[in-house]
Design a protein around this ligand. Structure first.
Ligand code: UD1
Length: 359
């Protein structure tokens, strides 16, 4: 079987690492990097650390509006798919890269397999929600991480080609998280175990909204422990553009650092008292490692983390964020709702079962 896998943004590198390994053990895989993320610490460092094969093609599209970015990818991917004639195109998650990969392949009648299918926030104001809904409806094989994702697809009338495979981020966490990285990361950033919060903010609804950013900074500034904040480039630019830099600088409690690598992120996460985030993937990673999470959004795709008491949804409201930080809880159970950490093998098996005539 000839598979073309498309990645482009940070979370997709983390998901692709175990899947590339599994696919290449049995089949021909070509890896395409759209170039959506391009800074060293947003892209290359993940390839190096996670042992992801060098992309066979890098489209180098870079940043832009949603339309520009997606359109540029569509044109280039269409050419590439025609030239390479893959049996299946594999896309990950819900970014503009996912949308372009799915749409270009589906229009050429090439089957699309979607890793992380079926997730819904039910908030169409989120660009990611539009991407994931469209790609699920174009996909031939829907590789779901959770039972809730399968149910969402059933509700939308999609049942053919649906496979519950577990969460590939757990595969990566299982392979790359060891005890030592917490010590190394804590030493590097000079923080004490259990003595700080780890924070990340990059969602458009927060980082492009002056009032939300202000409220988040105010909540972090009032935290009972230092807040170590790994600032996404989009958020950094907007803090500057909204004139919030002085507010941030005057908050002695907040320490900002540039985006950190996967291994350092996991290390810092494991050492933290709780995670403050609007990231999707990190809500789950916190759950994997038994770290309570405060989510700076009003809804989540990872409903299990909330239902099981490990995650609180507080939006970008200063008082609600502060109240959540003041009442961090460690529930007594943490069931395996994201599978057993062998999702990559299940993805390989699902691909082989569906497209075996090509193998
Ligand atoms: C994208 C995804 C989001 C995902 C996130 C992971 C979409 C719609 N959004 O959001 O779902 O959770 O990646 O991080 O696809 N920038 C740099 N250097 C980089 C990359 C980006 O400086 O290497 C800056 C640019 O100013 C760019 C901005 O960040 O305009 C936003 O980047 P973009 O890839 O459009 O969206 P993300 O916010 O990263």
């Amino acid at each position: 079987m000839k598979i073309i896998s498309i990645v482009g943004a940070r979370p997709q590198f983390i998901k692709a690492a175990p899947v590339c390994r599994a696919l290449r053990s049995q089949h021909e895989e070509l890896l395409v990097h759209s170039g959506q993320h391009y800074d060293y610490n947003m892209s290359d460092v993940f390839f190096e650390q996670l042992g992801i094969p060098r992309p066979d093609f890098n489209l180098g599209v870079g940043s832009g509006t949603h339309g520009q970015q997606t359109a540029e990818m569509l044109v280039l991917l269409e050419e590439l798919f025609i030239e390479q004639a893959p049996d299946v195109v594999l896309v990950y998650g819900d970014t503009n890269t996912t949308l372009a990969g799915g749409l270009a392949a589906a229009k050429l009648d090439i089957p699309v397999a979607h890793v992380e299918a079926g997730l819904r926030s039910f908030n169409r104001a989120m660009p990611e929600e539009i991407n994931r809904v469209v790609v699920d409806h174009l996909s031939d094989l829907l590789l779901c991480p959770t039972g809730a994702a399968v149910e969402n697809l059933t509700t939308e009338g999609i049942s053919d080609g649906v496979a519950l495979v577990g969460d590939v981020m757990l595969d990566t966490a299982r392979c790359f998280a060891d005890a030592d990285e917490t010590r190394v990361a804590l030493e590097r950033f000079e923080v004490e175990p259990g003595g700080y919060y780890l924070a990340t903010v990059h969602r458009a609804s927060n980082s492009d909204n002056e009032q939300h950013l202000k409220s988040i900074i105010d909540a972090f500034a009032a935290a009972d422990k230092p807040v170590l904040w790994a600032v996404h480039p989009r958020t950094a630019k907007n803090i500057e553009a909204f004139g919030l830099q002085a507010r941030l600088d005057s908050a002695e409690n907040i320490r900002t650092i540039p985006p950190v690598s996967y291994v350092e992120t996991v290390g810092l996460l494991k050492g933290s008292v709780a995670l403050l985030t609007d990231s999707g993937g990190m809500q789950k990673e916190a759950y994997f490692f038994g770290v309570p999470c405060v989510t700076l959004r009003e809804e989540t795709e990872w409903v299990e983390t909330v239902e099981l008491g490990w995650n609180r949804l507080v939006g970008a409201d200063t008082a609600r964020i502060m109240a959540a930080m003041a009442s961090i809880e460690h529930p007594s159970t943490r069931p395996d709702v994201y599978g057993d950490g062998h999702a990559a093998e299940a993805i390989l098996a699902a691909l082989e079962a569906r497209y075996s005539c090509h193998s």
